[in-house]
Write a protein that binds this ligand. Structure first.
Ligand SMILES: [Zn+2]
Length: 389
């Protein structure tokens, strides 16, 4: 979010601020008329005209007659962002696969590539080399030159320089990912934790769109979370935050690799779901989802009763701590039967002090699918680009 310029700001600062706000509006919400831009941004029409004319002159936006014309008279021109005016690289490093995409202004994916990580392919050097090479090939194919990159990593990441402190499920420790990719590409590279990146995607383009305070929690091999607070992603010291999967919720529970016992991840992560469903640990994702879908309403409380209890217990603490208006469930949580989600939402609304105070907390499942982190990584890259394009 762009902050309002302070009173007494210089005219060029105000113009730059308004230009970024206008570009962000077009980038996130799509084409729009000048009149609607003036209303939404609270600016007068002559200011909008000057900004749009300037952006059109430099090829960042284009104005076009809308296809579907309503009513008689002169149609309002639509202002459209031009995808090729700024292209960024988005990289989603997952435990078993890497996906990359080149994304244009406005959020359109122009092209993509992905590969599986088996054996040595998952080692940092191999991943870095392949990301660089695949980006070069894709950019040549599409005849574009990315200006920035956003990288999603399932681990503890220092936001300042993209240093991956630990990514346990990838078996990475101390990888200067941001510095190495910045040196190789020659443009700014921002790296963040995958749940933080997914929270950003949900906030800008998904279930939490328009919500200033939201939490995203997801179960994959691990359990992670990202917090949107007052419209921005919450950052801790040096950018380390959001290890919601390692809240200790059951001190008498199973040991966790982090050194604690009874972390939320050990009670509601993929392995916990496998145990609840009486499947081998680990089991393929498709099998877990199929078993969840096959549960009948009568069986759900029997099979998932304990899991539901722990999911609600963790979310009560999260809602009490961050006070979100909604919580978005991602990854494997999207396969949970709707009756589990309804029950968890009811328990959280009943037992969280904060939730009671705000009249209940909405609990939604993500609808962004497997592209959520790729989309979020692109938005991470676009944040500074929107100020300079
Ligand atoms: Zn833990």
């Amino acid at each position: 979010m762009t902050s309002t310029p302070t009173a007494g700001a210089r005219p060029d600062e105000v113009r730059r601020h308004n230009r970024t706000a206008l570009l962000r509006r077009l980038h996130v919400d799509g084409p729009c008329t000048r009149a609607a831009l003036a209303t939404e941004l609270g600016l007068n029409r002559s200011t909008i005209k000057a900004l749009v004319d300037g952006l059109a002159e430099s090829g960042v936006v284009e104005e076009r007659v809308p296809r579907a014309r309503s009513g008689a008279g002169r149609p309002s021109l639509l202002v459209l962002p031009q995808p090729l005016a700024a292209v960024v690289l988005a990289v989603d490093i997952r435990v078993e696969q890497v996906a990359i995409a080149l994304v244009g202004l406005g959020g359109q994916m122009l092209g993509r590539d992905s590969w599986n990580l088996r054996g040595r392919a998952g080692e940092p050097d191999e991943v870095i080399t392949r990301v660089i090479e695949s980006t070069r090939v894709l950019a040549e194919e599409l005849k574009v030159a990315p200006v920035a990159a956003g990288i999603s990593v399932p681990g503890v990441v220092r936001r300042r320089d993209g240093f991956v402190h630990e990514a346990p499920n990838l078996k990475w420790t101390g990888v200067p990912l941001g510095d190495r990719l910045t040196a190789a590409f020659g443009f700014p590279v921002r790296v963040a934790n995958d749940a933080e990146i997914a929270a950003l995607a949900e906030h800008l383009r998904g279930a939490a769109r328009g919500s200033l305070d939201a939490v995203y929690v997801s179960a994959d091999v691990g359990v992670g979370g990202g917090v949107i607070s007052d419209g921005s992603t919450l950052r801790g010291t040096a950018g380390y935050v959001g290890e919601l999967g390692h809240m200790v919720i059951n001190p008498a529970g199973r040991p966790c690799y982090c050194g604690s016992r009874g972390c939320w991840e050990t009670e509601v992560g993929e392995l916990a779901l496998c145990r609840a469903l009486d499947l081998p640990t680990p089991s393929p994702r498709g099998r877990i989802v199929a078993e969840l879908r096959a549960l009948t309403p009568d069986h759900i409380p029997v099979v998932l009763g304990e899991f539901t209890h722990w999911l609600a217990t963790g979310l009560i603490t999260i809602v009490n701590a961050f006070g979100p208006e909604l919580v978005v469930l991602g990854d494997l949580f999207t396969a949970l039967p709707p009756q589990v989600v309804t029950e968890v939402a009811a328990t959280v609304s009943r037992r969280s002090l904060v939730s009671r105070a705000i009249g209940g907390t909405r609990l939604l499942t993500s609808t962004m699918g497997t592209d959520v982190k790729l989309t979020g990584a692109a938005e991470l890259a676009f944040e500074p680009v929107l100020h300079t394009v």
